[in-house]
Design a protein around this ligand. Structure first.
Ligand code: 7TS
Length: 403
């Protein structure tokens, strides 16, 4: 662990003279030195625009960018490079599908299914699409533990359902959804499923073939890679039939003043100069995590999660919001008699970074009966010692606030 933590320089910095305890990994993860070095190398030795130059540097940058796509393809176990679209992040990936697939396939009277625990990024694009088309947004209810009520989901699926869009894992309460079963159920009626994998990809291996999902999105910055890069995976036949999302350079084959023919996949969906360094950095991040061993990470996080759950119970009047059996090491909570914002602010002075608020999931917060929570979200570089310090600090600030 000490060696792994050394790979993340920011983890040994101090805030307000106290060692940083970074528990806001669901918002964004920290980056290992390997990724930082790779970005520097790119800009020092390889920087150029892709897919357009006939000169050495442009060919080098293009090759590295396409190699990065192949690393992502292998990582997700996708069939072909055509299925891997580089986007800015999950939000852009979902908007791409809602605007391109959605506008092409949804008509008045259709239904789109999401769940009650979606991040706004997997809610608002579908809601607005439905409004525009005269379609209806249906919401899979969740129970008090924050788990999807599967029977209700089955009841919502109908001939009117055109797509199901659900989170693999909730950013607000940490639930891991039974995504394979959700997909299988939709496929019984030939309904495609988009999975928002933002909070899954930092914690466990995703195999799109095994899941049989139709679309999968995630953000690089939550997965130890730079900001501004993310991935949309889509089944080739679906992507192929979809119109382009943005128009411009790169995504065209031939342009006249009257007509344009579009490029092949995946470039059809990559208008403009892409985030070349970001894509290369993402590939490095994937390789870095692979080098640690995905199983090792899963086992370590499982142990850390159980430990943190048990320690949190030591805090008087703490109420965990969301109590799913299957969850990531992400804990949303409130403490009776205190406001989450006050707790977050006071923990900050102890060097602890957590998120407070509605976590861009306002309807989820309403369902769980809270306006806001404190959220501690852990990654594989966090430790039991940090959990101990966090719980001690929480006890200390709660005492101050209610005395
Ligand atoms: N979907 C989920 C499940 C998320 O957690 C987030 C970001 C997004 C989509 C959007 O990702 P982006 O990279 O496109 O912005 N979630 C959070 C969070 O929980 N705290 O800050 C950002």
């Amino acid at each position: 662990m000490a060696k792994i933590r050394e790979n993340f320089p920011i983890l040994s910095t101090k805030v307000y003279g106290k060692p940083l305890v970074y528990f806001d990994n669901a918002a964004t993860s920290q980056k290992p030195q390997q990724v930082i070095d790779r970005l520097v190398k790119y800009y020092q030795e390889e920087n150029s625009n892709v897919h357009r130059g006939i000169y050495y540097l442009s060919e080098l940058a293009s090759a590295k960018y396409e190699e990065a796509r192949d690393v992502v393809r292998t990582h997700l176990n996708a069939n072909s490079l055509a299925e891997i679209i580089f986007v800015r992040g999950a939000t852009e990936g979902i908007n791409l599908v809602a605007n391109s697939w959605g506008k092409h396939n949804i008509v008045a009277g259709d239904e789109v299914i999401i769940s009650a625990m979606e991040h706004h990024a997997n809610l608002v694009p579908w809601q607005q699409l439905c409004k525009e088309k005269g379609a209806t947004l249906k919401v899979i209810p969740i129970d008090d533990n924050g788990e999807i009520i599967f029977e209700e989901y089955k009841n919502l699926l109908s001939d009117k359902t055109k797509i199901v869009a659900v989170a693999h894992t909730s950013n607000g309460i940490g639930t891991i959804n039974p995504i394979k079963e959700i997909i299988a159920e939709a496929h019984k009626k030939n309904i495609p499923v988009l999975v928002d994998g933002c909070q899954a990809s930092p914690h466990f291996k995703v195999d799109v073939k095994e899941l049989d999902c139709d679309f999968y999105v995630f953000s690089g910055h939550k997965t130890f890679a730079p900001t501004g890069i993310g991935v949309l995976y889509g089944k080739e036949n679906l992507l192929d039939a979809m119109p382009p999302y943005q128009m411009g350079g790169e995504m065209i084959k031939f342009v006249s003043f009257t007509e344009t023919t579009f490029n092949d996949l995946p470039i059809k969906f990559e208008a403009a100069t892409p985030n070349i360094a970001g894509a290369i950095g993402l590939a490095t991040a994937i390789e870095y995590v692979d080098s640690l061993g995905r199983n090792n990470i899963e086992n370590y996080e499982e142990d850390l999660k159980s430990y943190a759950l048990q320690k949190l119970q030591e805090v008087k009047n703490l109420k965990l919001i969301g109590n799913a059996k299957n969850r990531i090491p992400l804990f949303s909570f409130v403490v009776e008699g205190t406001h989450p914002l006050d707790l977050g602010t006071m923990l900050d002075f102890e060097g602890i970074a957590i998120r407070t608020g509605n976590h861009c999931a306002q309807p989820l917060m309403q369902r769980m009966g809270v306006a806001a929570t404190c959220r501690a979200s852990l990654a594989f570089y966090n430790t039991k010692a940090e959990v101990d310090y966090f719980v001690d600090s929480l006890n200390k600030v709660v005492k101050k606030l209610i005395s």
